[in-house]
Ligand binder design. Structure first.
Ligand code: FMN
Length: 380
């Protein structure tokens, strides 16, 4: 079984990850992982931090000459900003006062986290609750992506709307997804892209922030990942759990999602057909590729809603945890809108779940073994 753990503080020396249960002899191109990390960093609306960092993965174990060994894969991504923070974030010795945070930001982990862990300094919370850690999840997704490519499974993402301005590419074609990849806000529709960029700029001037919705599209997933037999083996449940764990994600929907609650059964269910060449097939994909907790062979389509960023340059009202007096919330360098970046994180996280489920279904200690089992399964 594939499993992983991640660590690292936002301004600490590095972010780290460890993956266990990954088969041997899988070719891994480090440049492709770094390309995914760069995709996460881009996007109109991101803050100053992303100008400092150029995320690059450094492997410490589990690979030899670009091929996996079947042993734990450990890696790190250095925080370049650490050189400006070493006096306050050194793991062994720090100046505890200079960067102390006592004004919790509404909407962030600050207040609940400091009460839960009994901290008088919210920095201890925000350093880990920050979405900086999503770089490690993108690196892991990048490794899994290369494994899944061997079976023709690929993923892409695009932004559906930001701050209420919608893209008209609601059922995206391959061309739309390519366009979105080149867009600074990951939107395939150029008219909406322009309006969204303007809205982000205006919102920045107002000291406010924005959220939105993105979509993940995963093609080539075979029938039968996940299972209906136990609640925690359902593929949609596992994907929703993982995606909901991304900072700021407040809703996850499959296929038509919430819309289908307003429609009739005959409008929503995807009718089944059969032909010699295609086997079983559908003419619609309202279910978004998952039925009964299992992939049904159609494209998996997932939407995620992200709330607006909680750190505001025009800060909201809060209470100082030291004095209990009213004050304005801490302003830590921040994004105005991170929906395009969150889409890349979502894509990586979803791919990771698909990789876990493929290995759970097929098993295998080496790439050769997994391939053999894949062929047997496909022939059936
Ligand atoms: C890619 C990405 C970047 C983010 N950037 C920021 C940021 O710069 N400032 C901020 O306050 N929140 C940012 N967030 C959102 C917060 O981390 C998140 O709202 C916070 O951890 C509280 O978690 P919750 O919203 O899931 O309850 C970002 C989220 C993602 C996915």
């Amino acid at each position: 079984m594939l499993r992983y753990l991640i660590g690292g503080e936002s301004h600490g020396p590095a972010l780290t990850g460890i993956i266990e249960g990954f088969p041997a002899n899988v070719g891994i191109d480090i440049n492709e992982i770094n390309r995914d990390l760069a995709r996460r960093q881009h996007g109109h609306g991101r803050g100053g931090r992303m100008k400092i960092e150029t995320d690059k993965v450094r492997f410490l174990s589990g690979l030899r000459g670009g091929k996996t060994l079947g042993s734990p894969i450990t890696f790190l991504i250095e925080n370049k900003d650490y050189e400006n923070w070493s006096d306050y974030m050194d793991p062994c010795q720090v100046d505890r006062e200079t960067k102390k945070v006592t004004a919790p930001r509404p909407g962030h982990a600050d207040l609940a986290g400091s009460i839960k862990y009994n901290f008088d300094d919210i920095r201890n919370v925000l350093e880990r609750s920050s979405a900086r850690e999503t770089a490690t999840r993108v690196a892991i997704g990048g490794i899994i992506r290369q494994f899944l490519k061997n079976f023709g499974i690929t993923a892409a993402c695009h932004v559906i709307h930001i701050g209420g301005i919608s893209s008209n590419a609601r059922v995206p074609s391959a061309d739309d997804l390519k366009k979105a990849e080149l867009s600074p806000v990951r939107v395939a529709d150029s008219a909406a892209e322009k309006q969204i960029i303007e809205l982000i700029d205006r919102t920045r001037e107002d000291g406010d922030s924005l959220g939105g919705v993105f979509e993940i599209v995963i093609t080539g997933v075979p029938v039968g990942l996940g299972s209906y037999v136990q609640w925690d083996r359902k593929l949609d449940a596992r994907l929703a759990y993982a995606l909901q764990s991304i900072q700021g994600i407040k809703g996850v929907a499959f296929g038509r999602g919430f819309d289908c609650a307003c429609q009739k059964g005959s409008e929503v269910q995807d009718e089944i057909y059969y032909s010699q060449e295609k086997g079983y097939y559908r003419r619609t994909n309202n279910a978004g590729g998952i039925e009964g907790g299992m992939s049904n062979g159609q494209t998996i389509v997932i939407r995620c809603a992200m709330k607006p960023i909680p750190t505001l340059y025009k800060p909201l009202q809060t209470v100082d945890i030291r004095t209990k007096q009213p004050c304005t919330a801490t302003v830590e360098r921040s994004d105005i809108c991170a929906v395009p970046a969150a889409a890349v994180v979502g894509e990586a996280v979803a791919l990771t779940v698909i990789g876990e489920e493929l290995l759970r279904k097929l098993g295998g200690d080496s790439m050769e073994e997994v391939r053999l089992r894949w062929k047997q399964w496909q022939s059936r």
